[in-house]
Design a protein around this ligand. Structure first.
Ligand code: SAM
Length: 403
């Protein structure tokens, strides 16, 4: 029986050293990657064309395998790079000292609490006033010390990201995130020292795992995986990845607090533009562009595909376009990835099915048919876990071999 296995989701990663540095709801568990690597000991060099928080890269590099990571989101590319780098003892020591200097300065009663804050809409919903002021102080402290990016500033910024999400009112009880009510506040002075203690603890934990040595080499690159053959100049023996699912999850929406603070987003309209570039993006301007989208390129050869699209369109033409465009993008991607796979090379895609109104979208079967259409061999579908209480929603591993 397929059951809800939390150990196969990002939740497993949260207590797992560097894998727990940042929560990304759609991140898969490092266990999935370990299992694939264990069962395929011939793998030497992996490509993850939808690398997100870099789970595949770190899992490979920890086992002394090389891995190339691609993602369309510049924040995630920075993050994956930092998560998979090696840090010297001296760099970790310096990060600890600077964290203490920053915390010390912010514990003084007359610290400057009118520092720069990002233009996130309704920022007061995200963080209460004391947390906001302290975050601005930590960010300012890091930037004064490091006007340019260095390995130490990278570690400090990851710890800053971890802190900002711990202190936020964001509730992760849905597929992505919503806001919880903030609880009663302590007196400001007391509250500040509790928060700063928490900042020091979180940062120490990150520095401790940053000190672990990673033997494999990881390269992260900002790229659109629909045209991966244009950017990657080598042949791979293996692709391990988890592409977006057609479930209307917006990565930009979930990542916006980090992206605003770290300067990857400056205004709301940039978020919609970025989401439009992502496969399955539907946020902001992406929605109105989707409404006008017209299919072009290869037809999708899965029996019943167009009937399914028409059925969704009876309830929502927009969602029908969404699902249709998703699979057109998947065909373009798989076509492209095939060109950089060596003969006999294997691909492993972790992917979830979805449901719109009463129409189940059998994503795993459509992937398998697209792979057949592209003349892949040994196509297999394995059910990994149930995604939630709805019994039809399942996560699958779809694998195949290039002839
Ligand atoms: C399901 S997530 C990957 C999660 C990852 N396995 C992890 O453990 O964090 C899918 C990723 O695909 C990226 N993405 C979406 N469209 C893309 C495209 N056209 N090219 C490259 N990456 C894309 C998103 O930014 C997101 O990070």
């Amino acid at each position: 029986m397929v059951t809800t296995k939390a150990e196969l989701t990002f939740k497993h990663n949260l207590n797992y050293g560097r894998h727990g540095w940042l929560r990304l709801t759609p991140a898969y568990s490092v266990k999935v990657v370990h299992k694939i690597l264990e069962e395929n000991r011939w793998i030497r060099h992996v490509l993850d064309p939808f690398s997100g928080s870099g789970t595949t890269g770190l899992a490979c590099a920890e086992q002394n395998l090389n891995c190339d990571l691609l993602d369309i989101n510049p924040f995630l590319i920075w993050f994956a790079e930092v998560k998979t780098a090696n840090y010297s003892e001296a760099q970790c020591r310096e990060a600890r000292i600077i964290t203490r200097e920053i915390a010390q300065k912010l514990s003084e009663p007359n610290y400057n609490n009118e520092l720069w804050m990002p233009a996130i809409k309704n920022i007061e919903r995200w963080w209460p006033a004391t947390e906001r002021a302290l975050l601005a102080g930590i960010y300012d402290g890091i930037h004064r010390r490091f006007p340019e990016r260095t390995p130490v500033s990278d570690i400090l910024l990851v710890a800053f990201c971890r802190t900002l999400i711990e202190w936020s009112n964001a509730a992760f009880n849905h597929q992505s995130m919503s806001f919880k009510e903030s609880g009663p506040s302590l007196f400001d002075y007391e509250n500040r020292s509790v928060l700063l203690e928490n900042y020091l603890n979180l940062t120490d934990r990150i520095i401790e795992s940053a000190a672990s040595y990673i033997p494999g080499r990881v390269q992260s690159r900002l790229a659109d995986s629909r045209v991966v053959h244009r950017t990657q100049g080598r042949l791979y023996d293996c692709v391990i990845t988890s592409p977006p699912y057609p479930n209307r999850m917006s990565y930009i929406r979930e990542l916006r607090p980090y992206m605003y603070w770290l300067g990857y987003l400056k205004e709301a309209k940039e978020a919609g533009e970025l989401d439009w570039q992502a496969i399955g993006g539907t946020w902001g301007i992406a929605t109105s562009r989707l409404a006008k989208w017209q299919p072009e390129g290869e037809a999708i050869r899965h029996a019943g595909f167009y009937l399914m699209i028409d059925k969704i369109a009876e309830n929502s033409p927009l969602l029908a376009n969404y699902v249709h465009k998703y699979f057109v993008d998947v065909v373009t991607h798989l076509h492209s990835v095939k060109q950089i796979l060596r003969p006999g090379g294997k691909i492993f895609y972790v992917i979830g099915n979805s449901k719109f109104y009463d129409t189940l979208v059998p994503v795993e079967k459509i992937y398998a048919d697209i792979l057949r259409q592209l003349e892949f061999d040994k196509i297999e579908i394995e059910a990994l876990r149930k995604r939630n209480s709805k019994k039809e929603l399942v996560e699958f591993l779809v694998s195949a071999e290039k002839l």
